[in-house]
Design a protein around this ligand. Structure first.
Ligand code: NAI
Ligand code: PYR
Length: 374
């Protein structure tokens, strides 16, 4: 198969879809990988290293997009929609429930769009996990920094010092982001509360962290009380494929002390905090509302691109190989995990939560791909 790797163009997005080691895997299996020049530079991978791994270096984004399968990191931006074409396979993060215009373009152009974040194995999301690990760990680091006076925060140290109390951190959503945020926040000495809707998950968290953390069932009353008392709140909820539920209301935000910090990691799915009403960028990551610092960067792992590119390639390559070796239709038929990743195919929306949230008719992947031979 012919595979293209364009350079990422989102603000401060320095990741790339594949390391040279990943390219070598595909090339050894008989495939051709075209990498846009300088695509890997932000992650520390020069063109020459890709060439040595067997890649073809192409001069333009158009050439990287003109392949049977295009692999990316972030969802395509509007300036990339013109590269879409019928039957093209696009394998990347998409977060379509929060991206109506992108969904429309993919449907109209007949792209087969497979979202990393909805590939699912027994309830886990293997292609989201490493980036959630990065974003979760970063959220505690970033939160600690935003609480500093110079960042607009209330001027407190996350872990306090002997004789001065520790900061209170509330993490809403106890999955991969939440657990990794808790590890780092606890490591820095914070007083951590984790809130989840799943009672079994709360039990697991209690087993993992013991009495070092507080666990709470997710309901509006518990969330309101925890938010009011917190110095830092981290939003880490996910309902796979769907728009994130708004769990922290503007009224709750108004009860926080000035200089407190909100980090909505779930902003890529629309966000769980009502006042996080726009995505921010690594260039200009915060805004202040009701005296509270808001951080809503949708590509947090882009700040640590080398770690993230390696973590992402580790998990995507086995799936890329299946698609390239068997063709997309057979790969999807053979692997139900991969089939769950298909969000749009041949002009139809094939992921139920996306269809429901954006008002499309839901068509099963099997029906949508019935006439496809690639
Ligand atoms: N901003 C960024 O750069 C990044 C954002 N993310 C996003 O972070 C979010 C979380 O991802 P993961 O931790 O991997 O998901 P996950 O599936 O591992 O965890 C989500 C948790 O939310 C819980 N949950 C669902 N509904 C809830 C509710 N009403 N109240 C409380 N908890 C609830 C679930 O029980 C689950 O434990 C996703 O939107 C993901 O896309 C992930 C990586 C990078
Ligand atoms: C998960 C995602 O969208 C990211 O890593 O940027």
């Amino acid at each position: 198969m012919y595979i293209g790797i364009p350079k990422e163009i989102k603000n401060n997005e320095n990741r790339v879809a594949m390391t040279p080691a990943g390219v070598m895997n595909l090339v050894k299996a008989g495939h051709t990988v075209s990498v846009e020049t300088k695509a890997g530079i932000g992650s520390g991978f020069e063109d020459e290293v890709y060439r040595e791994a067997g890649a073809v270096i192409v001069a333009t984004a158009a050439e990287a997009w003109d392949q049977e399968m295009v692999m990316k990191v972030k969802e395509p931006l509007a300036s990339e929609y013109d590269y879409f074409r019928q039957g093209q396979i696009l394998f990347t993060y998409l977060h379509l429930a929060a991206e109506p215009e992108l969904t429309k373009a993919l449907v109209e152009k007949g792209v087969i769009a497979i979202a990393y974040e909805t590939v699912a194995v027994n309830g886990s999301l293997p292609l989201l996990t490493p980036m959630s690990e990065v974003a979760g760990r970063m959220s505690a680091q970033v939160g600690a920094q935003m609480l500093e006076k110079i960042s607009g925060g209330k001027g407190i140290l996350l872990g306090g010092i002997p004789g001065v109390k520790r900061s209170k951190v509330t993490i809403i959503g106890g999955g991969v982001v939440g657990t990794n945020a808790a590890k780092i926040a606890m490591g820095l000495g914070a007083d951590v509360t984790m809130i989840d809707l799943n009672a079994n998950r709360l039990r697991q968290l209690d087993d993992i962290f013991g009495t070092e953390i507080n666990t709470l069932m997710s309901n509006p009353m518990n969330i309101a009380e925890a938010v009011k008392e917190s110095d830092l709140v981290i939003g880490a909820v996910l309902i796979p494929g769907a728009k994130a539920p708004r769990l922290v209301t503007e009224e709750m935000v108004k009860t926080m002390q000035p200089g407190s910090v909100l980090i909505d990691v779930a902003i890529d799915q629309g966000g769980i905090i009502e006042t996080c009403d726009r995505i921010s960028t690594h260039d200009d990551p915060t805004y202040v509302k009701h005296g509270v610092v808001h951080y809503a960067v949708a590509n947090m792992p882009g700040a640590v691109p080398r770690t993230s590119t390696m973590g992402l390639t580790n998990v995507t390559i086995p799936y890329a190989l299946q698609i390239a070796n068997k063709g997309v239709v057979q790969a999807i038929a053979d692997n139900p995990a991969l089939a769950k990743g298909v969000n749009v195919a041949n002009g139809a929306v094939t992921y139920e939560a996306v269809a429901r949230d954006l008002g499309y008719e839901f068509v099963s992947t099997t029906d949508a791909l019935a006439a496809t031979t690639v």
